[in-house]
Write a protein of this length. Structure first.
Length: 710
């Protein structure tokens, strides 16, 4: 193995050795930072050997550079390959770019084969396996596999190895001989975050907290940590506190065997979450616990008699499973309190994704999710009672002040939201739930902002906190036009959240599911920051019309600089109207550059009003007379009694002419004094999408049955 002190010799020799330009560039780049690890196999195996009974030896049959490589032969399993212990050479906590050249030949083998470059280490309890890079290799061609990975700070026995695609019953074609050459591990040159832009947590401080989700791998690199600390008030652990991460099978079996066959006290550990918990502890960063009870990412043995891993083993009784559920939640909470007493868990997602609107009951079908995706072992063993019992136990054992949430996706769809509402209503009546977690995984064309607002208002009638817990907007296209469209959609959503918050709806946090596009579960470009930790158009779109509250580490100047327009509120003057009903109305206006958002609040001051007889006319300086488009994003009756919320979006029409915006209602819709309000959220823009001048001197006139009443 060569080290940096040999690098000058390597580069000099590269002038005469057949090393590719790419490979030479890699070596030259390494000269400026960190240690370069290079195994070229010209003189020895450099510590590489077999993982099993296969043969690993030097060979002159093939070589990417020089005259030798290592050959792996006599394989009997797809995991048979070549492995090397790099514990003494790699620096814990360092982010490396790993690379290796791979080739296979032979007429009897298929034309392509998937190979993987893997990392294996021990985390103090068990071995952990991480994929660095998997790629298809074409027969007869040297193919380079490269990937980046951060060595965990608690790693021991760190090994690098190469294997082929796993198959339970491999054929001779799957067990080909193959060659490896020129393994490198180079400390990565990591990008820096932008320190001269506004912090999201500061910009949105007047409205709600801003959080993100991240895995241990995402926050391991220095810029990942820095980005989280600059922009967010909290962190959600992506996987590390889910049931399959905390449930400890070996410890559970040992406890059962040493305690007279005890079936009801599953053991837990926090080893997967250790890196994230220490990060939160050391930076006083509040944590959202995610998630205690879920049909997915939960092992079947947790629900089987004697914790059996046999797929045919019997499910435990409801009585046993309820005891397991309580002890599992108790043990998780106790272990966190014991080991990380200063980490604030401000919320827990107690139950996640329990609703399936395609069943007659609205609950998931009973069975194993690991056998049939979507089935619930909780329904299999306990039944629908598992939701209430999970919240009961969480309330009993969660730390004081920790809010308990139900969390779900497609939470804005009408049928599913009805089932969710019923669950929340029951839990709320018993004091067991504090909030609704709206996951908010959006695409570019679904859901509509009206669907979102309808759902928010429905959940708000239960007097619960509402949080967007897993926000991203799927965008597979990285072109400027596509990212600008994504920015506009993010802006529409966040502006709606602000508008609802200002109205009094208790939205308390917006949480993005991931840190950068590069590590998002969706792939593509769904978040506010790209793979280089740089802010995208979506970032600027959601802050451009807001005032920044600066902190000592944040410049108060937003780039690009926003135009901030005060939002005027019109105080109505009511004149008696003919008939039995007297309406009154108010409007708030938000100037957003090339769009203007307005929220109208209409009530019956006395009697009963018919909205089809109502017309509002809004006039202000800054609304030009040129062609403009008007959209009604949401309109609804918000009532004090059932049905609580009635969507009337399709009944609203808006036009702009002569510097005035006119709203009318198409159908007969009645509203009686004291029963609630009608709210209308509209948006208008010029046909050419140019910016508006400041909206000043607003005047709102209200006509009822043809008579000016305000």
């Amino acid at each position: 193995m060569f080290r940096k002190k040999m690098l000058a010799i390597l580069i000099t020799c590269a002038l005469i050795l057949p090393v590719s330009y790419y490979h030479l560039a890699t070596l030259e780049a390494a000269a400026s930072y960190g240690n370069l690890l290079l195994d070229d196999f010209e003189t020895d195996l450099n510590g590489w050997g077999p993982r099993g009974s296969e043969t690993v030896a030097l060979s002159t049959e093939q070589a990417y550079s020089g005259t030798q490589s290592i050959k792996i032969s006599d394989r009997t399993e797809t995991w048979n390959g070549a492995m090397c212990d790099k514990t003494a050479d790699l620096t814990l906590g360092e982010t490396y770019v790993f690379g290796i050249w791979i080739k296979y030949v032979g007429d009897s083998y298929s034309g392509t084969q998937n190979f993987s470059l893997q990392l294996q280490y021990n985390d103090g309890v068990s071995d952990v396996y991480k994929n660095i890079k998997t790629s298809s290799v074409a027969k007869g061609q040297w193919t380079y596999l490269e990937g980046q990975y951060t060595i965990p700070t608690d790693a021991a026995n760190v090994n690098i190895y190469v294997e082929t695609e796993y198959k339970t019953s491999p054929s001779a074609q799957d067990l080909m001989d193959f060659y490896l050459d020129d393994f490198t591990a180079t400390p990565a040159v990591l990008p820096e975050i932008e320190t001269d832009i506004a912090s999201l947590k500061d910009v949105f401080a007047p409205y709600f907290d801003m959080g993100c989700a991240g895995t241990a791998n995402e926050i391991a690199p220095a810029p990942g940590k820095a980005l989280v600390l600059k922009h967010y008030n909290s962190i959600t652990f992506g996987n590390e506190l889910k049931p399959d991460s905390v449930l400890d099978y070996d410890a559970t079996i040992a406890y059962m065997e040493t305690n007279g066959g005890n079936q009801v006290n599953p053991q837990v550990n926090l080893r997967a979450a250790r890196t994230l918990l220490e990060f939160a502890r050391d930076n006083n960063l509040p944590v959202r616990g995610h998630t205690l009870v879920w049909h997915n990412q939960t092992p079947d043995w947790f629900f089987k008699e004697n914790y059996s891993t046999d797929s045919n083993a019997a499910w435990v009784s409801k009585e046993i499973m309820l005891q397991r559920l309580e002890n599992y939640i108790k043990n998780v909470m106790a272990l966190l309190e014991t080991n990380y007493p200063t980490v604030e868990f401000y919320a827990w997602d107690v139950v996640n994704e329990a609703v399936d609107p395609n069943t007659s009951t609205g609950m998931r079908n009973p069975g194993s999710n690991n056998t049939t995706p979507g089935n619930s072992p909780w329904m299999q063993t306990i039944g629908a009672d598992f939701i209430e019992k999970a919240f009961e136990y969480a309330r009993k054992y969660a730390p004081e002040g920790c809010k308990l949430y139900y969390n779900d996706y497609n939470e804005y769809e009408s049928v599913k939201s009805n089932f969710i509402y019923a669950i929340l209503e029951n839990l709320k009546s018993k004091g067991l739930v504090d909030g609704m977690g709206m996951q908010s995984h959006w695409t570019m064309d679904y859901p509509s902002i009206s669907m979102f607002e309808t759902a928010v208002r429905k959940y708000d009638t239960l007097d619960l906190e509402i949080q967007l817990t897993e926000l991203d907007i799927k965008q597979p296209d990285n072109s400027d036009s596509a990212l600008n469209l994504q920015a506009a959609r993010y802006k529409l959503l966040i502006n709606k959240c602000i508008s609802l918050k200002e109205e009094g709806i208790n939205i308390t946090a917006v949480i993005f599911w991931g840190i950068t596009d590069a590590t998002s579960w969706l792939g593509g470009y769904p978040l506010l920051f790209n793979g280089d930790y740089k802010a995208k158009p979506a970032f600027y779109s959601i802050i451009e019309d807001l005032t920044v509250t600066p902190t000592p580490t944040v410049s108060p100047t937003i780039t690009p600089s926003p135009t901030i327009t005060p939002t005027p509120t019109v105080t109505p003057t009511i004149t008696p109207a003919p008939g039995t009903g007297i309406p009154e109305a108010a409007v708030t206006t938000r100037h957003n550059g090339n769009t203007v958002n307005q929220t109208y609040t209409i009530t019956a001051k006395s009697g009963t009003i018919d909205l089809s007889k109502l017309k509002t006319v809004f006039t202000a300086d800054g609304i030009s007379g040129e062609q403009q488009n008007v959209w009604c994003d949401n309109a609804a009756l918000q009532l004090n009694t059932a049905p609580w919320y009635t969507d009337i979006t399709s009944n609203v029409s808006g036009t702009i002419a002569d510097a005035s915006l006119t709203l009318t209602f198409n159908d007969t819709i009645t509203l009686t004094e004291g029963t609630g309000t009608c709210t209308v959220s509209i948006r208008f823009a010029k046909a050419d999408w140019s910016d508006y001048a400041p909206i000043t001197n607003p005047v709102l006139k209200v006509y009822y049955d043809g008579t000016l009443v305000q």
